[in-house]
Structure formats: C-alpha cells, structure tokens
Write a protein that binds this ligand. Structure first.
Ligand SMILES: [Zn+2]
Length: 287
C-alpha cells in the first residue's frame, strides 16, 4: 500500500489552538469533523475502524480478561499497546490475547514514568540510546515470551511525550508504523500517512462533536472539566461518530484505557456498534 505525505502542520501557538478549538467545538463541530476527515486518503476502499487499547497500569491488566471475553463475543480484533514489563509479569493473559488474534503494539519496556519501574523518567527526555533500548527490549520480550514480531510503536503517554527522535529509531529497527500523534490538526486527517524515515504515522482519532480533541476516556470523562463527563454520552458520541465514518467511507482509529472503558458496559455497547463496520488491525494496513 502507498501512503500519502501531507504537509499540514499542527498549530504551534497553544493559545490560538485552544481558542480555535473552543469556537469550532461550540459552533460547527460536526461540519468541521466531516470536512476535516474528507481530506484524508483512506488506504482501504471502504469505511474502516481500528480499535486499540493501552495497558499502562495494574488496573488495566485486571480489566484484561473481561476485555478479551467481550472482544471474543463480538468477534472483533484489536491492537494492544502493551509494555514489556507487564508481559514478563503476566505472560499468560498476553499469550491469550495473541492466540485470540489481537495485535501487539510496542509500548516500550518500562513505560516511563511508570511509578513502579521508571519514576521521574520521561520518554521525550531519554537519549537516543535509551529510547532505542526501551523499544528494543520490549521487542525482544514480545518475541521471547509471546512469539510475535511487533511492527509498530506507540510512545508512552504519546502526544506530549512523543518526540521526532523516535522515527529514525523505528526505521533502524525495521518497524513499519507509529501511532503516537493526535489526528486533530495533524497531517493525515485521521488516516495513515508517511511521516519521516519511511515510517507511517497512524494518528489517534477524534469524534464528531469534538474534532479538535482526542476521543479517549481521559479527555471525554476523567480530566477536570471533561468534554462529556458522562458514560452514556460517551457511548452516544462514539455511535454517532461511527455512523458518519460508515456513511462517508472513512478511516478512523481510537485508543482506550481498558480499566476505564469496561466500566458501565461502555465497551460492550461500543463493540455492538462496531459489528456494523469493517474493523482492521494496524498490521493489516501493511499486508
Ligand atoms: Zn501508555
């Protein structure tokens, strides 16, 4: 598959970015969403959705079996950004995930600044050698314990802690993609595009009424003054977004925190909706 290279840059002035977001979210979000997304080049011919999860904390591991049960029940495969330390500590649940067809996304070995293993360490502050070691060591753990060769990476805490320095490292390691940026205001318009060093960046998507925010449980539900603040509204926003994606043959991907998304049956309701659209894994984009 050939991917486009877009030259759109995110707005660099934070104040201007925030003001723009407030105006758009207040007055014409769905219009903006559709116009923005229609600029993408969908690598697949049809509407497609890639579901991913980030496993950062023990409580995400606790949610793992329930999540796998639900994915199985709905026959949906997902991308799982997992950290090397957790694969070593809980090999069985990770093996089960692989056996059930889910994709392992490299999420580093220690996930700096994880309080147990890497407090006061920040991915964007690590040296080239340290960043490379984090990615390489995780890769080796997936290979040794799970028997898989990961081809993609997601920066721990992406967004803020994501750095351009990761692309040459990924290229050196033979990786194909990164999914470490936000779709809003970013190149690719929510679909994969060539970033640098031949690495494809698959930006995490937004939603119909909040096109300039990442659609995740942190932004929508948990932070101070969240955009939605209600589980039912969260599911409704997801359903309405998927409707627009389906109708307009677009590509969209999101990531969710396992422990958060299984609460109040959110994921079950979302998976029901996803049975109406083609779901893909990131690795499918490279086959
Ligand atoms: Zn993470």
């Amino acid at each position: 598959m050939k991917y486009p290279q877009f030259l759109v840059k995110p707005v660099s002035n934070k104040y201007v970015a925030r003001l723009t977001r407030e105006i758009i979210h207040r007055f014409s979000p769905d219009d903006f969403f559709l116009k923005f997304m229609l600029q993408q080049i969908n690598p697949l011919d049809s509407a497609a959705y890639a579901l991913t999860f980030d496993f950062d904390f023990e409580k995400d591991i606790e949610a793992f079996p329930v999540l796998l049960d639900l994915l199985k029940e709905h026959n949906i495969k997902a991308g799982l950004a997992v950290i090397g330390k957790f694969v070593e500590k809980y090999p069985d649940i990770h093996k089960r995930a692989v056996n059930e067809g889910h994709e392992i996304i490299n999420h580093s070995y220690t996930h700096p600044d994880n309080p147990h293993w890497a407090p006061n360490r920040y991915f964007n502050k690590l040296s080239h050698a340290e960043q490379k070691e984090e990615i390489e060591k995780a890769h080796e753990v997936y290979h040794r314990i799970l028997g898989v060769e990961s081809i993609g990476f997601r920066t721990p805490h992406y967004g803020n802690l994501h750095t351009e320095s990761v692309y040459p490292i990924l290229a050196e390691l033979g990786y194909k993609y990164s999914s470490s940026t936000a779709a809003c205001g970013y190149k690719g318009f929510g679909a994969p595009s060539v970033h640098s060093h031949g690495i494809i960046e698959i930006p995490t998507g937004c939603s119909l009424h909040f096109p300039l925010a990442i659609f995740d449980s942190w932004n929508m539900l948990r932070k101070n003054n969240p955009f939605l603040g209600d589980d039912d509204l969260f599911v409704k926003e997801f359903v309405e977004t998927i409707n627009v994606i389906s109708k307009n043959k677009l590509f969209l991907t999101h990531y969710f925190d396992p422990y958060d998304i299984i609460k109040n049956n959110k994921i079950d309701r979302m998976l029901s909706k996803l049975s109406l659209i083609k779901t893909v894994l990131y690795r499918d984009l490279f086959s």
